[in-house]
Design a protein around this ligand. Structure first.
Ligand code: HEM
Length: 344
């Protein structure tokens, strides 16, 4: 006997919605699974036909796949009832595919893994997808917890210390446009401070605190309704957490401690092969480019929140934010071009 008040059409629509919801976690998982293939296809295309547009198309796709996860997260986060938090969180993790793929390669090499990177990568995402699908099929989780105001303030204050280093570090990489010698001269000045016996361990501790506190904040925020700026704030934070851990592991553990490689411009640019022509190094390109973009974007998302909290008109706060994002894109483009060999 048909249930009262539920027409066959309504039941069909409900069933379709159920299927759609079950499919949701697989959209970011699909993007993450496809990501390394776009890099491989880029490499094959640039070796075979360096003058054609085909390599550019694969490279654009390599950037578009993780960025599409930002759109997935936004679609899930517009209304809190739309998708369980696990699906949004999964989209934020998949946005961090570029640093996570670099880590997969570096850690696989450090532990002498017998599995090729692509296998490890695929197993990781399939397990994550199955876990997320099971969790999301269990329906909505607990209501979001209260926002920890004090943690936000401390996260913001330690960000200021990190910002000093990042401002120098990115300016240093912009000097790469004038060649490796000038880049090294500028880096030598910075190293006197950030590589000093006292500063370096304190700075690494601050970075780890930033990642841990950011993780806690992102966990809470990702269970809430978010606007575009909120999605970019949480998404860029998720990317940066993965980027910082990957970058520190590559520089400190893999390069300096294990292989005794100096962490200079040659190391960053994968010399002598370079970033573009080497099958492994190409993964560093989206990793670095989006790292630079998101670190600046994250700061401007935070600044927008502070401006709004201090009563600044939303139109002005949004203009400052939009200028910051434009600037982030410009700086990222210039540093990426320098890393790929552009000189002025
Ligand atoms: C294009 C992007 C980037 C490139 C090519 C790059 C490259 C490098 C290089 C070559 C070093 C070694 C520095 C040295 O030996 O003195 C380094 C260290 C470091 N980078 Fe980056 N970096 C990039 C972006 C970032 C960003 C966005 C952050 C921050 C979120 C960051 C954080 C760090 C930290 C914390 C260290 C360790 C500093 C130390 O030696 O104590 N990097 N990076």
């Amino acid at each position: 006997m048909p249930e009262p008040f539920i027409s066959d059409e309504g039941a069909d629509a409900g069933r379709q919605l159920g299927w759609l919801k079950r499919l949701l976690p697989w959209i970011p998982i699909g993007a993450a699974l496809a990501y390394p293939w776009t890099l491989r296809l880029f490499h094959e295309a640039i070796v075979a036909q360096p003058q054609s547009v085909v390599p550019a198309i694969w490279l654009i796709l390599a950037f578009a796949l993780p960025l599409s996860c930002l759109v997935s997260a936004w679609r899930c986060a517009r209304r809190s009832g739309d998708a369980p938090p696990v699906v949004r969180r999964l989209a934020f993790v998949a946005l961090a595919a570029p640093p996570l793929f670099v880590s997969t390669g570096v850690v696989s090499s450090l532990v002498h893994s017998p599995l090729p990177d692509l296998w490890t990568w695929s197993i990781f995402w399939l397990v994550l997808g199955i876990g997320a699908a099971v969790a999301s099929s269990k329906g909505q989780s607990r209501p979001p917890g209260a926002m920890t105001g004090r943690l936000r303030v401390v996260h913001g204050i330690s960000a200021l210390a990190i910002l000093l280093f990042v401002a120098f570090h990115l300016t240093n990489h912009l000097f790469g446009l004038f060649g490796p010698v000038i880049h090294a001269q500028v880096m030598a000045i910075g190293r006197l401070v950030y590589r000093s016996r006292f500063v370096e361990p304190v700075f690494v501790a601050i970075l780890l605190f930033q990642v841990a506190s950011g993780f806690k904040l992102a966990w809470r925020w990702s269970a809430r309704r978010l606007d575009v700026a909120g999605v970019l704030q949480v998404g860029s934070g998720a990317y940066l957490a993965a980027f910082i851990l990957t970058h520190l592991n590559s520089a400190f553990v893999s390069a300096r401690w294990v292989h005794g490689i100096p962490t200079d411009w040659a190391w960053a640019t994968g010399a002598p092969e370079g970033l573009l022509m080497d099958a492994w190094n190409i993964r560093l390109l989206p990793h670095y480019a989006l790292g630079v973009f998101f670190v600046i974007a994250h700061v401007f998302c935070g600044l927008r929140t502070v401006l709004l909290a201090h009563g600044v008109r939303s139109s002005i706060a949004n203009q400052v934010w939009a200028c910051g994002l434009l600037g982030a894109g410009g700086v990222s483009l210039l540093i990426t071009a320098a890393l790929c060999g552009l000189r002025i």
